[in-house]
Design a protein. Sequence first.
Length: 92
Amino acid sequence: MARRRRRLAVPGAEEGVSALKADVMRKEGYLVDPQRPDEVKYEVAKEIGVPLKRGDNGKLTTEEAGQVGGKIGGAMVREMIRRAQEQLTRRT
């Protein structure tokens, strides 16, 4: 099955999401290239023992892929919630 490219719901938001990912993963203790924040997934995978490599990863299980994505995505969601709570606090 061909891999589909996921697109963000808001056109033009890619740069902001990439910046958020870089910021969050840096705070999590990872070395992040600001020009290529998606590369941090390989460092995360190595740390948790998932054999992720550049190119075809068709032999990864759904669980393995989810472990990498969950670690990154979970950290991003926590940061977005923290920022939203901070904004709400300033409004009151």
